[in-house]
Ligand binder design. Structure first.
Ligand code: XMP
Length: 317
């Protein structure tokens, strides 16, 4: 029978055997999967693992600093890179969701490759791939979409020429969490909701500016903190706020305002493939709306998304 302890012991032994004295580089996202994978590799090879955590300027409020601090406390050898401006420059003027995703993916590869380059003799790329990702990449994208090991194709970034080590590729999400808890990874990392790689860029409909990111970070922060304060966070699979590309009329004192609309979204799901909107208490939603409108400059209207997937998706882009 599967238990997290036997999995951990067997995996660390296997990693030691496989990696020997080799060096591994790995990108961390702040999410559960990459954090658990990195911790296992670290237990096996210690500081022969170098982790890279990139601030793409599209993370949640204070996320980069807080998560970097957690990683350091966990003993991981982690390099934090502020690449905000590189991402904003690449996103400048882009409005199409797929174009935004591609730009973010490209810049991430550039930034990561720069760092991987600095590690003398690195042989392996660590990844937090879990079982559902394996299935999805085979059935949706085809096996060629997965990064192949030992394929020295010219023109690929250097880190793609590395062999891939994926210690979680037989596990489901709940098993990854169980392993993470057994490894004593802090709850602020283990219990966190999934968050998309392109981050807030796909929750700002239309083009991205640093100002819009700041506005959305404030709104999102109020909502997520509210969910935690009201004991609702753990009942929700994923939640966030979306900055809409429209303004609406409002009134403040005897002034007419013309400001932004934000949507709040909270869904229940098992794997993200299907999802139901969560019936958050009206009292809570009312409180969130007041707080957001009172505290976030430039926002005068809050709506709640009551669409399920399918036919809606979780993200709006
Ligand atoms: P959708 O919007 O397709 O989202 O219902 C399903 C799950 O996938 C996440 N998502 C992404 N994750 N890169 C990611 O790493 C992406 O481009 C991306 N788009 C959506 C979404 O947050 C949800 O958990």
């Amino acid at each position: 029978d599967w238990t997290s302890d036997t999995f951990i012991d067997a995996t660390i032994a296997e990693l030691k055997q496989k990696l020997g004295n080799d060096k591994v580089v790995m990108g961390l996202s702040g999410g559960v999967d990459s954090s658990v994978a990195a911790t296992l590799i670290h237990r096996a090879i210690g500081d022969h693992l170098t982790c890279v955590f990139v601030d793409n300027g599209l993370l949640r409020k204070n996320e980069f600093e807080e998560v970097l601090e957690s990683y350091k406390n966990m003993g991981l050898n982690v390099i934090g890179i502020d690449a905000k401006q590189r991402f904003y420059d690449a996103l400048s003027g882009l409005t199409d969701p797929e174009a935004k995703r591609k730009a973010i993916g490209r810049v991430f590869i550039e930034v990561f490759d720069d760092e991987a380059h600095k590690i003398e003799g690195v042989k392996w790329l660590g990844q937090g791939t879990i079982y559902p990702d394996v299935i999805e990449s085979v059935s949706v994208k085809g096996p060629s979409a997965t990064i192949k090991s030992h394929h020295n194709v010219g023109g690929l970034p250097d880190f793609m020429k590395l062999s891939v080590v994926e210690p979680l590729n037989t596990l489901f999400k709940d098993e990854v969490r169980e392993v993470g808890r057994a490894l004593e990874i802090p709850e602020n990392i283990i219990g966190r909701h999934p968050f998309p790689g392109p981050g807030l860029a796909i929750r700002i409909l239309g083009d991205i500016t640093a100002d819009k990111v700041k506005t959305l970070q404030e709104v999102d922060h109020i909502f997520i903190k509210g969910l935690k304060d009201f004991g609702l966070y753990d009942q929700v699979w994923q939640a966030g706020a979306i900055l809409l590309p429209i303004q609406s009329v409002g009134v403040m004192g005897d002034e007419r305002t013309y400001e932004r609309v934000v949507a709040l979204r909270a869904v229940g799901s098992v794997d993200g493939m299907t999802a139901d909107w969560i019936h958050l208490p009206y009292e809570f939603l009312g409180k969130m709306s007041n707080e957001i409108i009172n505290r976030v400059k430039g926002v005068n209207r809050v709506v709640y998304d009551i669409s399920s997937k399918p036919p809606a998706t979780i993200e709006w882009e």
